[in-house]
Design a protein around this ligand. Structure first.
Ligand code: AGP
Length: 610
């Protein structure tokens, strides 16, 4: 997952390239580079590290050019260093390329090109593209056709941009499996991997789809498929504002997005609660509700935090819709040759809508005839577009690599879906109305937790030097334990594991001693007494316990070592409240360790490579 930008037009392109790459750094920040035309020559400035370092080390602010491309990298092939950084030149520096994705048959192509006399200098798979294009150019093809023929030779994924000193009035772009958007301006055009790099300059965009290629000039563009069929693309208006992707005074995007959850949850339910009928309304899927209800089973596939939401959704949908549910990692689903038929519903959960494993799993399920439902945050994302139906969670842009508000909004969408299905089955209007009242109270309850964040910050201070964490929960709170552990791992680099609380006695309890902090989710629900027993087993072995307890719980507050209070709610909404303190705990520990909370090492926001 890397970030790509490009510009062709009548202004100095450099500020757009550098600012755009900064806005795309959540996609990867191992190295950065720009390429541009200057006095009919192509120049490249690139290095290991972030675009801000490149900017200051090379005084990019003094540059002035009107055609250029840029790249911020998350390394897949070849370590993060200057040679492997993008852009990449061909041998005589007449063209250069930036690429996001993986060329799966690059070794085979590299061998052929080396036999033809091409010399490689980097360890990347992407470099084969620039030499392959050069190969076709040397046979007299135009830049557009040379890129198109090259892409017909490769297997894998790409979002790419190419510029040439011999055809200086255009940028060639193409996509397959990695997003690429064209921004339409007045006598200028832009390209980017994501809207966030474009919205300060235009809100008119063209989304390239898989296997599409485009030639972009300063005042026009045309698109074709890589098999050379003509296609007409619509220019769409987007309503994303710059304010939505700035920190808004918070120290980190992650903290802003944690604190935004009262609003993001409101945005997720806005217009979707039918108080009179005691049900919910999800416009995107209303024509598919019968097919979902008649499904033989529902399969939910996703990755990471979204997969944790899938586990929560399994409890909800089986409880409220009575449909068997299976939850699968997308990376496993896509390769295990799943037995799927057209009376299955497969739901894909993805904040970015660009996760490669989830997108590939979707295409596999679609090929087998299932109903494909996408639950995404990014409007117009690949998974959203490839789905037959779906629901946008409307959580707003999530920039922090660690997912927070998207997680809670995804859970809320499944609560709305479960209510909708249950009211089509045998749930009474009164029961439906009671659920709606509780759904409508959640934002305020989240706010109550956030207002007490100082308590969580103080607890975090005491645990910033630990080496391990355990997270325990039962029922709806088992996936919350997994999600809390993931937050801790990915931003504080502390090893953390989530377990069903009852599983401890089947081995993991051997880990318990006075050095093991354990976060236990213990709301007053149907398994509360069981959790109390589990906590007593841990205390008997000197475990240090942080209890996530309901406000009126005075029993466990005398047993655990630290107490974080959350308001009571109905079972299926507990995960939305119980995850908030775990998000903050991980955040404050990571900050106290001086770590880069928004861009943790080795990670990127959208995993568009497998
Ligand atoms: C969550 O904090 C991580 N950033 C990661 O696990 C993420 O949830 C996963 O990569 C899936 O992303 P998606 O929802 O955009 O598909």
């Amino acid at each position: 997952m890397c970030g790509i930008v490009g510009y062709i037009g009548n202004r100095n392109a450099c500020p757009f390239l550098t600012e755009g790459l900064k806005r795309l750094e959540y996609r990867g920040y191992d190295s950065a580079g720009i390429a541009f035309l200057s006095d009919n020559e192509l120049e490249i400035i690139k290095d290991k590290g972030k675009i801000s370092e490149l900017e200051s080390n090379n005084s990019l602010s003094n540059l002035n050019f009107s055609v250029g491309i840029g790249h911020t990298r998350w390394a897949t092939h070849g370590e993060p260093n200057k040679i492997n950084a993008h852009p990449h030149f061909n041998h005589n520096k007449s063209i250069c390329i930036v690429h996001n994705g993986i060329i799966e048959n690059y070794e085979e192509i590299k061998i052929k090109l080396e036999k033809d006399g091409f010399r490689f200098i980097s360890e990347t798979d992407s470099e084969v593209l620039v030499h392959l294009i050069d190969y076709f150019l040397s046979r007299g093809y135009s830049l557009f056709q040379a890129v198109r023929y090259s892409l017909n030779e490769v297997n894998g994924t790409y979002g790419l941009a190419v510029i040439s000193k011999k055809e200086p009035d255009k940028i060639i772009v193409a996509r397959k499996g990695s997003p690429l958007i064209i921004g339409i301006g007045k006598n200028e055009n832009f390209i980017a991997s994501d809207l966030q790099a474009l919205i300060s300059y235009t809100n008119k965009v063209v989304y390239l789809a898989d296997d599409e290629i485009a030639e972009i000039r300063n005042d026009s563009f045309f698109t074709r498929t890589i098999s050379d069929e003509s296609i007409k693309k619509e220019i769409e208006d987007v309503d994303l504002e710059l304010e939505q992707i700035s920190k808004g005074g918070y120290a980190h995007f992650m903290l802003k997005e944690i604190m935004e959850q009262p609003n993001s949850i409101q945005n997720s339910i806005r217009g979707r609660l039918l108080f009179e009928e005691g049900t919910s309304k999800l416009g995107g899927i209303e024509n598919y509700v019968d097919r979902i209800l008649n499904s033989r089973r529902i399969i939910i596939t996703a990755c990471g935090s979204s997969w944790h939401v899938g586990l929560i959704a399994e409890y909800m949908l089986e409880q409220f819709a009575g449909i068997p549910v299976e939850v699968d990692y997308a990376s496993e689903f896509r390769y295990r040759n799943p037995i799927i038929s057209n009376d299955d519903t497969v739901i894909f959960i993805s904040q970015s809508g660009e996760t490669a494993d989830s997108l590939a799993a979707l295409k596999e399920a679609k090929r087998k005839g299932a109903l494909i439902v996408g639950i995404c945050n990014v409007v117009g994302s690949s998974i959203a577009r490839e789905s037959m139906t779906g629901v946008y969670i409307h959580a707003g842009p999530e920039i922090g690599v660690a997912s927070t508000k998207a997680f809670s909004s995804q859970v809320m969408i499944f609560a709305l879906l479960s209510l909708l299905l249950a009211r089509r089955l045998n749930m009474s209007k009164q029961d439906g109305s009671n659920i709606i009242l509780e759904i409508n109270s959640i934002s305020e309850k989240i706010k109550n937790i956030l207002d007490n964040n100082e308590i969580i910050k103080n607890i975090a201070e005491k645990f910033k030097d630990v080496k391990n964490f355990l997270y325990l929960g039962r029922g709806y709170n088992f996936p919350v334990a997994l999600e809390g552990a993931l937050k801790m791992k990915e931003i504080s680099y502390i090893h953390a594991e989530g377990y069903p609380a009852a599983e401890m006695k089947h081995g993991p309890i051997a880990l318990i001693d006075e050095n093991m902090p354990i976060v236990v989710l213990a709301p007053k629900d149907s398994v509360y007494e069981k959790v109390v027993s589990n906590i007593k087993e841990l205390k008997a072995r000197k475990g240090i316990i942080i209890g996530i307890l309901n406000e009126q719980d005075n029993e466990l507050s005398n047993i655990v070592d630290y107490v974080i209070r959350v308001p009571e709610t109905i079972r299926m909404l507990m995960p939305i409240l119980n995850i908030i303190p775990l998000q903050l705990l991980a955040y404050y520990i990571a900050v106290s360790k001086g770590l880069n909370v928004d861009q943790p090492r080795n990670l990127a926001k959208s995993v568009t490579v497998e």
